[in-house]
Ligand binder design. Structure first.
Ligand code: ATP
Ligand code: MG
Length: 252
């Protein structure tokens, strides 16, 4: 299986931004092709990367549910889904992108999750690198859309609440005995250089290693406002530099 990096954390802490910056770094260093998965049902990773989203897995699942009664006996749902993958996958330079989306109506959510897991089982073997953005909170762990990863980055803002939430996520990952090699906390949007020592202490107490700090970056904010792809951020932008450092530290 490819080298898989999953990103988790409380709402609005910068998960999607981090995935964008990690992808930028992977591509720059020829670490490709990358499979990029937006596993947030309400995700905006495509927007952050400046690409047009294809059909979502959720939409395909809906279509399957509408059509399944018309399938001839013995017709394989799996084969149908595999064939539909080409409509879901967006091929970009150096990476392929797929978005989970969600099906409408009760029950669909779980089914979409299980289809996504199934798709991932098949695809992960084909890509040397996999990057996964997740919805806020822990559902992606308890529903096991994230089951295995070489690295799980848990993102927090520069707040006690963010760090406490990150600790809970790390604890759950452990409890569920997911196959995750390394878990590390990234504190994002830090102004003035250092993480407040009280947060460092909090993380240490919770047994969570701070693997990196990403500064508050005006350029990230500006790109967001202007709807520009984070992949186009200048190489010397503070957040880009910080993520570069974090990635190589973790990879080595
Ligand atoms: N280091 C940074 N400097 C400046 N702005 C940032 C930084 N990191 C993230 N942001 C901004 O913070 C906002 C939230 O970031 P993002 O969407 O990445 O968070 P998220 O954790 O993915 O949110 P959600 O839980 O809704 O998926 C965005 O407007 C983004 O541009
Ligand atoms: Mg997000």
């Amino acid at each position: 299986m490819g080298f898989t990096v999953a990103v988790s954390g409380k709402g609005g802490t910068g998960k999607t931004t981090l995935v964008g910056l990690l992808l930028k770094e992977f591509l720059k260093n020829g670490r490709k092709p990358v499979l990029v998965i937006d596993a947030d049902h309400d995700g905006n990773l495509a927007e952050v990367l400046g690409i047009k989203e294809g059909k979502t897995v959720g939409e395909v699942v809906e279509e399957l549910q509408r059509k399944v009664s018309e399938f001839p006996p013995g017709f394989s749902k799996d084969k149908w889904l595999q064939a539909k993958l080409s409509e879901v996958m967006v091929e970009e330079r150096g990476y392929d992108f797929l978005s989970m989306g969600r099906g409408e109506g009760p029950g669909c959510y779980c089914y979409v999750n299980s289809v996504l897991r199934h798709i991932m089982d098949g695809l992960e073997k084909e890509y040397p690198y996999v990057l996964m953005d997740n919805a806020a909170g822990m559902e992606h762990l308890s529903r096991r859309t994230t089951r295995n990863a070489d690295v799980l980055f848990i993102v927090s803002d520069h707040s006690r609440k963010g760090v406490s939430s990150a600790i809970r996520i790390a604890e759950l990952a452990k409890e569920l005995e997911l196959d995750i090699r390394k878990v590390g906390l990234i504190v994002n949007r830090v102004s003035g250089g250092d993480v407040d020592p009280r947060l460092v202490e909090e993380a240490e107490k919770g047994g969570l290693e701070i693997v990196g700090v990403v500064p508050e970056d005006e350029e990230v904010e500006r790109f967001d406002m202007e709807g520009r792809s984070l992949l186009e951020l200048p190489e010397d932008s503070p957040a880009v530099r910080a993520v570069r450092g974090i990635l190589w530290k973790v990879l080595n």
